[in-house]
Design a protein around this ligand. Structure first.
Ligand SMILES: *Cc1c(COP(=O)(O)O)cnc(C)c1O
Length: 408
């Protein structure tokens, strides 16, 4: 999960060979087998340094040039979308997306309540009014039935939203196929927040494909990282061209600096694009590793009363970016906070499921919106260490410590 603090790289991952130029730097101490276990640390492949060196030698280090173009082409492949803009963060991608959709002060933007704040923050900063919908219990993503009910009500009142933003959660895509069909019926634009689900599919299609725009993130805790970065993808060349202009201060093609509107400095450095490129090549391995980690938790925790896992509906194949459990004290499970503290005391990092947006003080003026399912998932849900470099031996430590929470 994205956190504002520094995140060390994965102590479980194989240590890459040190190139000659770096041999003089002090070596980090090897993490002992019983050292801290983090939620989702970056997992390097060992080839990142070569990618960076190549980029430096080419002289193209600005947020433009061959490394960025290559990263965008690789992302077009990975996302199944022909037009991609690489930017400095997932949040920047969402901000540009809202600009491209023409969000203006007073516009309504609808999204799932169960998400990370970055989904809606840029829209709110642009003066939009957020409306938070609940998630479906069988997917933990935006509930299409609720969306249909609220859209038809809004249409009757002549107050349709300017955009609907389904969120792909913990590696699982929202049911975009159904959501988009509903929004098409009323001509409402859909932007997918696919930051957590690169590599996932819904109804056999890659996460985000089919939305007018889709945003991705390469933050350090995501399934692959660029050391920070994001992307905006679309089937519409015009939208990505507009986003590209806005990401580069909205400069008009003129010898002097000419601006018809104002933009941002959101370009992705070529150095980071080079890291992203190397990481992206490992995406399928990372998905397999995270799904295997989920499988080991699933088997290792089987039979504990009141314990459940994030469901995967038959239309979805997720990446299991994070393995998330639910603890129901009414059914004999210990409380979520008791488990979190017990694991923290053993040097194991876990985190509650996202606190829903309708419960966030920042959005207390959002009016009549909410979600009982999202609220319950927050109360009972805990994200477990899921980094793709987590070794079975260290994962067994997490499982043992978890099982002990039921014993005492
Ligand atoms: C990580 C994340 C983002 C933002 O990505 P950054 O690259 O950290 O700006 C947006 N939405 C969701 C749901 C995320 O998990």
């Amino acid at each position: 999960m994205p956190t504002p603090r520094a995140v060390p790289t994965d102590p479980d991952a194989a240590r890459p060979a040190t190139p000659a130029a770096l041999r003089l730097l002090p070596r980090p101490a090897r993490t002992p087998a019983d050292g801290p276990i983090l939620l989702s640390p970056p997992h390097l492949t060992g080839r990142e340094l070569a990618g960076i060196a190549e980029t430096l030698q080419s002289g193209w280090v600005a947020p433009a040039g061959p490394a960025t173009a290559a990263f965008e082409a690789a992302l077009a492949d990975a996302t199944g979308q022909p037009h991609v803009l690489a930017v400095s963060s997932g949040t920047a991608a969402l901000h540009l997306g809202y600009r491209c959709l023409g969000i203006a002060p007073g516009d309504a933007v609808w999204t799932a309540s169960l998400t990370y704040v970055a989904t809606i923050a840029p829209a709110v900063q642009m003066g939009a009014r957020p409306h938070f919908l609940d998630v479906a219990p069988d997917s933990w993503t935006l509930d299409p039935d609720l969306l249909e009910r609220d859209l038809s009500r809004a249409a009757r009142r002549g107050r349709l939203p300017r955009a609907v933003v389904p969120v792909d959660l913990f590696g699982q895509s929202a049911e975009l196929e159904v959501i988009r069909a509903l929004c098409d019926r009323w001509g409402v634009a859909v932007m997918a927040d696919s930051a957590e689900a690169l590599g996932a599919t819904q109804h056999g299609r890659p996460a985000g494909q089919g939305a007018r725009l889709a945003a991705f993130s390469f933050n350090g805790n995501k399934i692959v990282t660029a050391g920070g970065g994001g992307a905006l993808a679309s089937a519409d060349a015009g939208l990505i061209a507009m986003a590209r202009g806005l990401a580069n201060q909205a400069r008009q093609p003129a010898p002097h600096y000419e601006h018809e509107t104002t933009g941002y400095s959101y370009g992705l450095s070529s150095i980071l694009a080079a890291i992203g490129m190397v990481q992206l090549a490992a995406l399928q391995d990372r998905i397999a590793a995270r799904r295997a980690i989920f499988g080991r938790y699933h088997d290792g925790l089987a039979g504990l009363p009141g314990l459940g896992f994030m469901p995967e509906p038959d239309w979805s194949r997720g990446t299991r970016w994070l393995t998330v459990i639910q603890l129901d004290p009414g059914q004999g499970a210990p409380g979520r906070e008791a488990v979190r503290l017990a694991l923290a005391a053993a040097g194991i990092e876990t985190r509650p499921v996202w606190k829903p947006m309708h419960l966030q003080p920042a959005f207390r003026h959002a009016g009549r919106s909410g979600g009982a399912v999202a609220a319950r998932l927050f109360e009972r849900g805990l994200c477990l260490p899921s980094g793709s470099g987590l070794t079975p031996a260290r994962q067994a430590r997490v499982i043992d410590r978890l099982r002990a929470c039921w014993a005492g």
